[in-house]
Design a binder for this molecule. Structure first.
Ligand code: PLP
Length: 232
């Protein structure tokens, strides 16, 4: 299958799952995780209608931005080093991996005045894994309240990368814990609209539990061409 065909198939699956789990039509966004993928492959995805791309490494992303259309919405989904916040604030529309107030404050200060506020998702370490970034579930609301004071940021919701499970029931149980946290924040009146929780192996469980964005990479593009660490 071509990239365009894989995108069409994925969009069809998302629409079917929206129906299956009684979500409104087109409420789940496909974000293409494009680290380590070629500009040509990304251009093919763009030509197939994709406008949201997620990148993990700043330098790699900046190089791609120069070669791809200007109406792409770039999401930073990688670990944020404080010496990279300036470039992130200047060149991205979204940051999905915010987990630290000091970083938030830098992004706020460095966001250029002429740009709209930087859209932010707080990354939740839902399985409390030592190896993963993100904040603990019980610290999300405090960070959210702090970040809401930063006018150059627009807090849109939560992102999480749960521990991998093959089994649907286990996947769903993890996402349910995120959904409970999510619903609680909505009930308290926070104006959030984005829950980015599904990936290629678990997006059905994510949608079942309220996910509004799935992040898919190799399932659309195939294997990564480069080990992106070398591009960071
Ligand atoms: C790479 C990445 C993905 C997509 O992973 P694939 O295995 O390429 O589908 C999703 N989310 C984040 C945060 C990533 O870094």
């Amino acid at each position: 299958m071509t990239i365009a065909e894989k995108i069409t198939a994925m969009q069809r699956s998302l629409r079917l799952l929206e129906t299956k789990y009684q979500k409104s039509a087109n409420s789940v966004r496909l974000l293409l995780a494009s680290k380590g993928q070629s500009v040509a492959a990304m251009q093919a995805a763009y030509d197939a209608g994709m406008r949201h791309f997620g990148e993990n490494y700043v330098q790699e992303a900046l190089t791609k931005m120069q070669q791809l259309p200007k109406d792409i919405q770039w999401h930073f989904i990688g670990e944020i080093q404080s010496n990279k916040t300036q470039k992130i604030a200047e060149h991205f529309a979204w940051v999905e991996s915010l987990a630290d107030y000091k970083i938030a404050e830098r992004l706020h200060r460095q966001r250029p005045d002429g740009l709209p506020p930087l859209n932010i998702l707080l990354e939740v370490n839902i399985d409390a894994e030592a190896s993963k970034s993100g904040i603990a579930a019980n610290q999300v609301e405090a960070l959210l309240q702090q970040c809401l004071q930063l006018s150059h940021l627009k807090i849109r919701g939560l992102m999480s990368i749960p521990a991998r499970h093959k089994d649907f029931t286990q996947q769903r149980a993890t996402f349910k814990r995120l959904n409970i946290l999510w619903q609680e924040l909505l009930r308290k009146g926070y104006a959030l609209d984005t829950l980015s929780i599904g990936m290629s192996d678990d997006f059905e469980a994510a949608i079942a539990e309220g996910g509004t964005e799935v992040r898919i990479g190799t399932a659309i593009f195939g294997p990564r061409l480069v080990t992106s660490k070398s591009h960071s």
